[in-house]
Design a binder for this molecule. Structure first.
Ligand code: AMP
Ligand code: ZN
Length: 484
C-alpha cells in the first residue's frame, strides 16, 4: 500500500516518494519560545510526531528537524511590533534568554507528556545568526533584495519575475499587494508593502537581542546592528541540516501565508531550489469556532489539562481522534470520551492476559483484517481519526466476545493493538511495582471471597477503588484497570 499525503502546493493528495530511496528528510516549523504550549500547538507537534512514527513503520529512515524560534518573531507576525520573546521577558522582569531557557524546559515537559519524541535536530535561531547574515547576503547578491536605512528587504516583485511567489497561497500578485496594503501600517522604507524583512536594523530602538552584521551593499561595506526577520531562520536551518531540496516541510495552516511562501522564496532566491517537495499543513484546534490562540486568550495549556487530572495519553488519544486537516472544536467532553476509550483499551488488554491460553493462535484473519484497514487509513493522508475508530472497533469486539476466544491465544491481537497504539503515539507504560502490589491485593481478595468473607473482599475492592483502580470480576478472575 502506498502512503498518500495532501500537498498544499498542488492542493491534492499525492503518492509520497522521497528523493532518496528509503530516506526521508523532514522539517517542521517549531515553537516560538515565550509561553507554554496550548492544545492547538500540541496538535501540530503530535501530528508531525505521528507522521514520523508512521514513516519509520513503513521502513524509512527519517531525519526530522524542528526549529526553536528564540528571536525575530514579532507580535504582528510581520515586520512590525515587538519581538514576542522580548515582550514577555520584559513583562516578567527577565532577560530574554532567561525566559527562553525556562520555556524550553517547559516545552519539553509538555511534549514529553503527550509522547512527542524529540526531533533528531532542534536548531535554535540565535545559534545560527552568522549563517543567516550570509544567506541574506546571497539573496542580495542574486538581485532579490534591497537595502534601506540598514534594513534589508526581500523584493517580492523582482522575485516574481522569475519564480511563482503566489503559488502556495494560490493568490496572484495584485491580490497579495492589495492585502498587504490593508493589513499593516504603511512602512515607507519598503518599495512595496508586501516586501518582507530579511534583516532589521535596531539602531535607536530598545531592542535587547541584536547582532552586528557586515553586508556588502552596492560594493560598499554596511555595518548594521540588528536582528533577522522571522522567516529567514527556517530557510537557513532547514537547508543546513537537510540540504537544498528535501522531502517534507510541515507547519500549521497559518503558515500557508506568509511564512512558508516567504521561506520558499528565500530558498529559491539564495539557491535556486524551493526547499521541500511536499508541503503539509495542519488545521486549527478551535474554541467556539475561533482559532485557539494566545493572542485571543481562548486557550487551554497542556499543563492546565494535566493539572486538571487528564493523563498525557488521554490528551494524545484525543488529539489524534480527529484528522489533522479538519477544524476541530476543543471540548472537555471529547477529552472525557478519550479517557473512557483508554480505560476500555486497558481493560481489554487485561482480559486478553486472563483469557488467552497458549493454544493455537486464533483470530488470525480478524487480526490481519484489522491491520490492513488500520494501515489503509494511515496511508490515506494520515487519517488517524479513521485509524483510531478501526482500533476501537477491534478492541470492542474482543472485549465483548472474549469468552469466544477462550481456547486460543490472543497474543497476536494484543501485539497488534499495542502496535496500533504505538503508531498513534499512545504509550501504555507498565509500572511493575504498582502491578505487583495490585496483584497481591487481588490475591488477598480472592482468598477472602473463597472463605466467603465478603466484608474483607469488599473492603479490599474499595481500597483499590480509592487508589484509582477499577476492579471487574470475570469468570476467569478479577481484572483491574487504573483509571485514566
Ligand atoms: P506559534 O506559537 O503561533 O508560533 O505556533 C506554533 C505552532 O503551532 C505553529 O506551527 C502553528 O501553526 C501551530 N498552531 C498555533 N495555533 C494552533 C491551533 N489553534 N491549532 C493547531 N495548530 C496551531
Ligand atoms: Zn518555519
Amino acid at each position: 500500500m502506498v502512503l498518500k499525503l495532501y500537498n498544499t502546493l498542488e492542493r491534492e493528495k499525492q503518492e509520497f516518494k522521497p528523493k532518496e530511496k528509503g530516506k526521508v528528510k523532514f522539517y517542521s516549523c517549531g515553537q516560538t519560545i515565550y509561553d507554554d504550549l496550548h492544545v492547538g500547538n500540541a496538535r501540530a507537534y503530535v501530528v508531525w510526531d505521528t507522521l514520523r512514527r508512521y514513516l519509520e513503520y513503513k521502513g524509512y529512515t527519517v531525519r526530522h528537524v524542528q526549529n526553536i524560534t528564540d528571536v525575530g518573531h514579532l507580535t504582528d507576525d510581520g515586520d512590525q511590533g515587538e519581538d514576542k520573546v522580548e515582550k514577555r521577558a520584559k513583562k516578567l522582569g527577565l532577560e530574554p534568554m532567561e525566559l527562553v531557557e525556562d520555556q524550553i524546559k517547559r516545552y519539553f515537559e509538555d511534549t514529553r507528556a503527550v509522547n512527542v519524541e524529540r526531533q533528531d535536530i532542534m536548531p535554535r535561531a540565535t545559534g545560527h545568526i552568522n549563517e543567516m547574515i550570509e544567506y541574506v547576503q546571497e539573496i542580495y547578491d542574486n538581485g532579490y533584495a534591497y537595502e534601506k536605512d540598514g534594513n534589508i528587504y526581500f523584493d517580492v516583485e523582482k522575485f516574481s519575475e522569475d519564480y511563482p511567489y503566489g503559488e502556495m497561497a494560490k493568490k496572484d500578485l495584485e491580490q497579495l499587494k492589495e492585502e498587504a496594503r490593508s493589513r499593516v501600517e504603511p512602512d515607507e522604507k519598503k518599495t512595496n508593502q508586501f516586501d518582507f524583512a530579511l534583516w532589521l536594523n535596531s539602531e535607536g530602538s530598545e531592542h535587547l537581542m541584536e547582532w552586528t552584521a557586515d553586508f556588502q551593499i552596492g560594493g560598499e561595506l554596511l555595518e548594521s546592528k540588528g536582528y533577522p526577520g522571522w522567516h529567514i531562520e527556517c530557510s537557513v536551518m532547514s537547508q543546513k541540516y537537510l540540504g537544498d531540496e528535501f522531502d517534507i516541510h510541515a507547519g500549521g495552516k497559518d503558515h500557508i501565508f506568509p511564512h512558508h511562501p516567504n521561506e520558499r522564496a528565500q530558498a529559491f532566491a539564495a539557491s535556486g531550489d524551493g526547499q521541500a517537495r511536499y508541503w503539509l499543513h495542519n488545521e486549527f484546534i478551535q474554541v467556539e469556532g475561533e482559532k485557539m490562540s494566545k493572542s485571543e486568550g481562548n486557550f487551554y495549556t497542556v499543563k492546565e489539562l494535566l493539572d486538571e487530572g487528564f493523563n498525557g495519553n488521554t490528551i494524545r488519544l484525543y488529539l489524534i481522534s480527529s484528522h489533522y486537516r479538519s477544524e476541530t472544536d476543543f471540548s472537555m467532553e471529547g477529552l472525557e470520551k478519550a479517557e473512557k476509550e483508554l480505560t476500555r483499551i486497558k481493560r481489554t488488554l487485561q482480559k486478553i492476559e486472563k483469557f488467552s491460553s497458549s493454544g493455537a493462535t486464533i483470530l488470525d484473519e480478524e487480526c490481519d483484517e484489522f491491520l490492513k484497514k488500520f494501515e489503509s487509513a494511515m496511508d490515506d493522508d494520515l487519517n488517524t481519526a479513521r485509524a483510531k475508530q478501526i482500533l476501537m472497533k477491534f478492541v470492542n469486539d474482543i472485549n465483548s466476545e472474549i469468552e469466544r476466544y477462550e481456547d486460543g491465544s490472543l497474543d497476536k491481537a494484543r501485539d497488534y493493538i499495542l502496535e496500533g497504539l504505538q503508531l498513534l503515539g499512545v504509550e501504555l507504560e507498565e509500572n511493575e511495582k504498582e502491578e505487583g502490589l495490585v496483584k497481591s491485593m487481588l490475591e488477598l481478595r480472592k482468598d477472602a471471597r473463597n472463605r466467603e468473607d465478603y466484608e474483607t473482599s469488599d473492603f479490599i475492592r474499595d481500597q483499590l477503588e480509592g487508589l484509582g483502580f477499577e476492579v471487574e470480576d470475570t469468570e476467569k478472575g478479577a481484572i483491574w484497570v487504573e483509571k485514566s
